[in-house]
Write a protein that binds this ligand. Structure first.
Ligand SMILES: [Zn+2]
Length: 199
């Protein structure tokens, strides 16, 4: 559901956009607000310089899956879109869990999805551009991440014999790498106002 219409724009020459030009949703904001604990609906709208730039409805089906609902206008044609997004959680070293979106296109674990080219997806899929000083952050964090990943099993699994705490610390470091990249590529993004809607 929701992926059929997202091929729009595929095959165009690739180009990069700036993160701050895109609407974004951050799973950490919603987790912090307690929106992901169980089934509920809420809506988000964005403004830029006081101007309304967009809004979406969010339906949380369960702590593991939600839908983003919105209307896209492309070439003067309005189209209703539903993106179904899975949420995964990784353990934190001292208890609790960190939520991630699974990108709708590549299934990468990411904290932020951007709306661009007909759907919400991660910054890799949306080809979000980084400033030159963030390139350095990108390089450094990817190098660090590869080193950590080399100690883990496939898909960040805990290798046999690795202590739970060691494992949780490594996962936490991976999360930190991801967060640093997010911060580096989207500092001046349009502010998100999440508002609780009807349940
Ligand atoms: Zn992706």
């Amino acid at each position: 559901m929701g992926t059929g219409g997202m091929r729009y724009g595929a095959g165009r020459p690739s180009y990069r956009v700036k993160a701050e030009q895109l609407l974004r949703v951050d799973v950490r904001d919603w987790a912090r607000l307690g929106y992901l604990n169980g089934a509920r609906n809420f809506s988000c709208s964005w403004t830029r310089g006081g101007e309304h730039t967009g809004s979406i409805g969010v339906h949380v089906h369960s702590p593991d899956v939600l839908s983003l609902r919105y209307t896209l206008t492309q070439n003067e044609v309005k189209r209703d879109v539903v993106d179904r997004v899975s949420i995964v959680r990784t353990a934190c070293p001292f208890g609790g869990a960190r939520p991630w979106f699974n990108c709708t296109k590549c299934a990468r674990r990411v904290a932020v999805l951007y709306l661009h080219r007909g759907g919400f997806a991660c910054r890799h899929c949306q080809r979000v551009a980084y400033s030159s000083q963030s390139e350095e952050v990108m390089d450094r964090t990817w190098r660090k991440q590869r080193k950590i990943e080399a100690r883990l099993g496939l898909n960040w699994q805990r290798p046999k014999g690795m202590r739970q705490l060691t494992y949780a610390r490594l996962i936490d470091k991976l999360a930190d790498c991801e967060m640093r990249r997010d911060r580096a590529c989207s500092v001046a993004v349009a502010r998100l106002y999440a508002m609780l809607g009807q349940r």
